[in-house]
Design a protein around this ligand. Structure first.
Ligand SMILES: [Zn+2]
Length: 487
């Protein structure tokens, strides 16, 4: 397919070329090299670092030398996801764009992710590098690697690499919205040693499972009212006063995903078994009612099973459930200046109770805390660790990423808003995403930068259903030119 027939021609030509060079996360070398060579062949200053990041400089167009410097930034890696049964090798095979079979207004790929996230942004930057007719102040182009799997490219940029004042992050996915902030993250993990003992034959056992939930991304879907399987399972266990003993308890396997399933192997005295089951099922009916609209697939399954060899005693089982229930989880604060936007949240992404040897049962937890305020993020991590520490756990914070705190008074935002309004005759939306963006990584190094994130309309990124709205790319290009000219 020849994308050059689409407008703006150069941008689509560049995007089509990017599609021919495989560039999944951790395999960006070929694309990084090509960008570096392109810059040099255009006579521009270009540097490529050890991580594959490329920084290109282009002098101002005549008469604009004294304007503040503008940095355009896009990540050059993409998420490689293919339809089931596909033999596509993302490190070797090109992406084949095509019009969306159901709607020709959209461009998608053939059985794979398209990489419009963030290939359109990179293609727009190439246009700026190539085109000598555009008006602009001194420009820097920052192409980063491995955004999608840890933002390690952005994390390796030094505080002296760039000189501009305005940063335009072109990784946005909504044409009618500017992003002016993002959540920082901190992961907090804990291990708690618990003592188990032999079980006797007076107990009857069951596997109790919460399932059928939607789950989702703990940054993007946290405010959709979805059930958290581990917390719901503990709430269900708490609803019964029977003398319950817990042998195993597991929920979730990724810090950044809301757990869809959780399972406990637990038992109660034989004579209490039926009323225990009734208690649990009654609580599950309450929950099903609460989730009726937002997460209707919720289900509790109850399967009588054989006894384990050992389990926590009744008191310790109760303490365990209480402990999990008291870990701050879900939405913890909303933004005050931006409507309907979560500011702070926590997700108990991993919960694992494993029995390793007689007397050695371990509880492992991993929470992912997000906030557009770094102070608040650390305060929540402290609270979570306090709760676990008082129960005897040892805690750790393996990875953190900084927040990009919104500045609604930013001059860059004001200029971008005026440009948008003049072009499209309406006001753009202003958003802060609860997920992490590379802008957050830059913030501590360049506290004086005025930053904004924008892009064309992209749907279903990170899935083979990824598509970009063709006309929105032309709108994005027009907006970008007007904004750069106005700065
Ligand atoms: Zn992206």
């Amino acid at each position: 397919m020849k994308l050059e027939k689409l407008e703006p021609k150069n941008l689509w030509k560049n995007f089509e070329h990017i599609c021919t060079i495989p560039h999944p996360s951790h395999h960006e070398e070929a694309l990084s090299n090509w960008l570096h060579q392109q810059a040099k062949s255009l006579g521009l200053e270009s540097k490529r670092d050890l991580f594959g990041n490329v920084i290109v400089r282009k002098p101002a167009s005549p008469g604009r030398e004294r304007r503040p410097g503008i940095i355009m930034q896009a990540h050059i890696d993409m998420v490689g996801q293919a339809v089931p049964g596909s033999t596509h090798n993302f490190a070797r095979d090109p992406i084949i764009p095509r019009f969306h079979p159901d709607n020709q207004e959209w461009l998608s790929a053939t059985g794979t992710t398209l990489g419009a996230d963030n290939g359109i942004g990179a293609a727009a930057m190439l246009c700026y590098m190539e085109d000598t007719s555009l008006e602009h102040g001194p420009m820097e182009f920052l192409f980063t690697t491995n955004e999608e799997d840890g933002m390690t490219g952005a994390a390796s940029i030094s505080s002296t690499s760039l000189q501009g004042k305005y940063l335009l992050n072109l990784d946005g996915e909504e044409i009618d919205e500017f992003t002016i902030g993002c959540g920082g993250t901190v992961r907090s993990s804990a291990v708690l040693h618990l003592s188990d003992s032999n079980v006797d034959s007076s107990y009857r056992w069951a596997k109790v499972r919460v399932e059928g939930l939607l789950g989702g991304h703990s940054g993007i879907d946290i405010n959709r009212g979805r059930g958290h399987a581990s917390q719901l399972l503990c709430r269900i266990l708490e609803a019964s006063l029977c003398d319950c003993r817990i042998a195993t308890l597991n929920g979730g396997d990724t810090a950044s995903a809301i757990p869809r399933e959780a399972e406990v192997l637990a038992g109660v005295p034989e004579w209490d078994f039926d009323s225990w089951r009734q208690d649990l099922e009654a609580e599950a009916r309450h929950i099903a009612g609460e989730l009726d609209e937002t997460d209707p697939g919720f289900n509790l399954s109850f399967t009588p099973c054989a006894a384990p060899l050992r389990a926590l005693d009744v008191e310790e089982s109760r303490i365990l459930v209480d402990l999990i229930r008291s870990i701050p989880n879900g939405i913890l604060a909303m933004e005050t200046a931006i409507a309907n936007t979560v500011r702070t949240s926590s997700n108990l992404g991993i919960l694992k109770l494993t029995h390793e040897a007689p007397g050695a049962t371990f509880l492992e937890t991993m929470c992912l805390i997000r906030s557009t305020s770094d102070d608040e993020k650390l305060k929540v991590a402290d609270e979570i660790e306090d709760v676990l520490f008082r129960a005897g756990a040892t805690t750790k914070r393996p990875v953190t990423s900084p927040a990009w705190t919104p500045e609604p008074q930013s001059p860059l935002l004001a200029t971008a808003t005026t440009c948008y309004q003049n072009l499209f005759g309406k006001l753009p939306g202003i958003a802060a995403t609860h997920a992490a963006l590379e802008c957050g990584m830059f913030r501590p190094l360049y506290p004086h930068w005025d930053m904004i994130s924008l892009g064309p309309l992209i749907r279903n990124p990170h899935s083979p259903e990824e598509m970009v709205h063709i006309e929105s790319v032309a709108m994005f290009w027009q907006l970008l030119q007007d904004l750069v000219r106005a700065l």
